[in-house]
Design a binder for this molecule. Structure first.
Ligand code: PEP
Length: 335
């Protein structure tokens, strides 16, 4: 089992920022200044501790992968038959809405007919979660869109996994590409956050996905596997019971450019194969892999038929109650 020491100081943030400096620079952040401002002896101590932890985890995970490979009898594309859980649809409301619009959305969702066997998770902005949770009726559950990497404390603007747990919020979305690219969250940071949330009792929707440049360079799977590896380095095999993987190609998010069902299926099958070879065949066969990126009421049925697509993470269309209900009911097309 992988073990990780989760640091509980702001130094973690310094770590995240400096490890992602090149990306931030390309996004116009003054990463050098940020790094300088945050750099101190404790940062160095953190780096040493963190690298050691990550090295140990990598070593352990490689060792367990070798063991798994010895008895590997995995079948890519036979996944849906064996993919354990229910089709699962998430609605990522991002930083949108007002009390008025959110109450309207809840009312539309509650009055829509969910006819398929589907798990549904709505992620409102943090300030509205409590209100949404009290308004939405089953089968709707709620999620936070982010949480802090460790125990709460002097981390202005953050929300801890303990708080989510305390407020009965069962899920958190972690590693969304907007947080990776706009807030400088590195693969390692997402791995640490995932582990901390799980250990606190909050289940995780873990997002992965490549940019357009990475896809065009032929690096789609390489990028997704590195993102997954950073999570696998931190979590135990058992932890995967409480993780949903959301494959969200960055070029398809909010652009109206949906991946073709074949493109999505190819990556999902690759991810499942990677899980089999690097975590375990058992986990690969039951982990749910959502597709996210411009899913809407018109394209959901076709995507849902692909054998390795176990659900959707929906941004824009989740703000339209009727469309979202239609997307949830596309679970009926799942094979
Ligand atoms: C998302 O942000 O998770 C997402 C998939 O957005 P959209 O559906 O708007 O592309």
């Amino acid at each position: 089992m992988a073990f990780v020491v989760v640091p509980t100081s702001a130094i973690t943030c310094a770590y995240s920022i400096s490890r992602s400096s090149s990306r931030q620079s390309s996004q116009g952040y003054d990463s050098k200044t940020m790094r300088k401002g945050l750099s101190n002896t404790r940062t160095e101590q953190f780096f040493t501790q963190s690298r050691r932890t990550i090295y140990n985890n990598k070593y352990n995970s490689k060792r367990s992968a070798t063991n798994n490979n010895k008895n590997k009898s995995f079948y890519v594309n036979a996944a849906k038959a064996s993919s354990g859980g229910k089709f699962v649809v998430g609605g990522n409301w991002k930083c949108n809405g007002s009390i008025e619009s959110i109450e309207k959305l809840c009312a539309t969702l509650n009055s829509g007919k969910i006819t398929a066997d589907v798990e549904i998770i709505c992620a409102p902005p943090m300030v509205y979660i409590d209100r949404v949770q009290s308004k939405l009726k089953p089968p709707y559950q709620v999620a936070a869109q982010n949480c802090w990497v460790g125990k709460g404390g002097a981390f202005t603007g953050e929300v801890s996994a303990e708080m989510l747990k305390d407020a009965n919020i069962p899920w958190v979305i972690l590693g969304h590409s907007e947080r990776r690219s706009l807030c400088g969250e590195t693969n390692e940071f997402v791995g640490l956050k995932t582990k901390y949330a799980l250990d606190t009792g909050v289940k995780v929707v873990a997002c992965i996905g490549e940019s357009l440049a990475q896809r065009e360079a032929g690096n789609t799977l390489k990028v997704c596997f590195a993102q997954l590896q950073a999570i696998a380095d931190c979590v135990s095999e058992k932890d995967w019971d409480n993780i949903i993987i959301a494959y969200e190609p960055v070029w398809a998010i909010g652009t109206g450019k949906v991946a073709t069902p074949e493109q999505a299926q190819d990556v999902h099958a690759g991810v499942r194969k990677w899980m089999s070879e690097n975590v375990s065949a058992a986990v690969a066969s039951k982990v749910r892999i959502q597709y996210g990126g411009s899913v809407n009421a018109g394209n959901c049925d076709e995507l849902a038929q692909k054998p390795d697509i176990d659900g959707f993470l929906v941004g824009g269309a989740s703000l339209d109650g009727d469309a979202f209900v239609k997307i949830c009911n596309s679970a009926a097309h799942s094979k």
